[in-house]
Design a protein around this ligand. Structure first.
Ligand SMILES: Nc1nc2c(c(=O)[nH]1)N[C@@H](CN(C=O)c1ccc(C(=O)N[C@@H](CCC(=O)O)C(=O)O)cc1)CN2
Length: 282
């Protein structure tokens, strides 16, 4: 068996072309959509993700607002940039690129974001809405994963899902999203203290690997026909490496590769969150 590829790159391109039409319609109504980013430091990965987010904005007709701060920026400097974007009427929504450099209190920064401008859905108010199954902006990677599964007709309702990794941007939020009544999956959230990871992944219809451990999920850990989504990002000898070993594609029914799977969907969902905010408030 060779897995069907969950092509996030092509799917994200389709989503962007649809968003472009919605941005034009907003402009016709006199509403300009603007996405802000706060980038702190010189991590090449973070810089490249932020650059890609602004390139996507240009393609879709969303205005870009950048606040790039040096690695020496203090907590006050970062919170000041956040306060400026909260107050900027040209900014419909914005994100603080994570992780922040060591020494900065990430949670305190996220709490300073105006929840109405929180394009990442990571403010405690918006995470609370997710917990309560109330409407609100959703974290971009989990939202992108669900969208990708839906568009490729991977059954979600009633599915057993093993999510590997409990970080807030992916694993924990995805567990909350997939267990809403609109998705109705059963989720096992696996983490570094999980006793028998393979037992959980083998029992799953969908495996989402977001641990950041290169090659963690091997073919023998996957039930034949399951969907496997690689969200892990590590660097091995300067090259990007995912959490899923190459031979998984011989066993799985669907594979979201890395790169080319969930990453582009994360970016597309960020644009979608900003456009939805403009449509709601504009
Ligand atoms: N504020 C946030 N910070 C981070 C998030 C997030 O959702 N919000 N997620 C990740 C990084 N991330 C978004 O910022 C992200 C990851 C991957 C991609 C992407 O398009 N990847 C491409 C490959 C790119 C490459 O070649 O380097 C792919 O997978 O094909 C975009 C965004 C952590 N931080």
């Amino acid at each position: 068996m060779t897995a069907q590829i969950l092509d996030g790159k092509a799917t994200a391109a389709e989503i962007r072309s649809n968003l472009k039409v919605r941005v034009e319609a907003l402009r016709d109504r006199g509403v300009t959509v603007g996405l802000g980013t706060v980038l702190v430091g010189d991590d090449p990965g973070s810089r490249s993700y932020v650059n890609m987010k602004h390139r996507d904005c240009a393609e879709v007709g969303i205005e870009s607002i950048r606040r790039d701060l040096p690695a020496t920026a203090s907590q006050d400097d970062v919170e000041r940039a956040v306060a400026e974007l909260n107050a900027d009427p040209a900014c419909t929504g914005y994100i603080v690129q994570l992780p922040l450099p060591k020494g900065l209190d990430e949670q305190r920064v996220l709490e300073r974001i105006d929840p109405a401008k929180d394009a990442d859905g990571l403010h405690p108010t918006n995470l609370g809405r997710l917990v309560l199954m109330r409407p609100g902006p959703l974290p971009c990677t989990p939202k992108g994963i669900v969208e990708l599964l839906r568009r490729f007709d991977v059954p979600i309702k009633g599915a057993e899902v093993a999510v590997v990794g409990r970080g807030i941007t992916v694993g924990r939020s995805l567990g909350l999203l997939l267990t809403r009544r609109t998705e109705n999956a059963t989720v096992t959230l696996c983490h570094t203290a999980t006793r028998d990871l393979a037992a959980h992944t083998r029992a799953a219809d969908i495996v989402v690997a977001a641990a950041g451990v290169p090659g963690l999920i091997t073919a023998d850990m996957v039930r034949p026909g399951a969907a496997v989504l690689d969200v892990g990002v590590s660097r091995v000898d300067g090259k990007l490496a995912g959490d899923v070993a190459a031979d998984v594609a011989e066993v799985a029914g669907w594979v979201a590769p890395n790169p080319g799977g969930v990453g582009p969907m994360t970016r597309a969902m960020l644009l979608a969150n900003v456009v939805e905010a403009a449509e709601r408030d504009g």
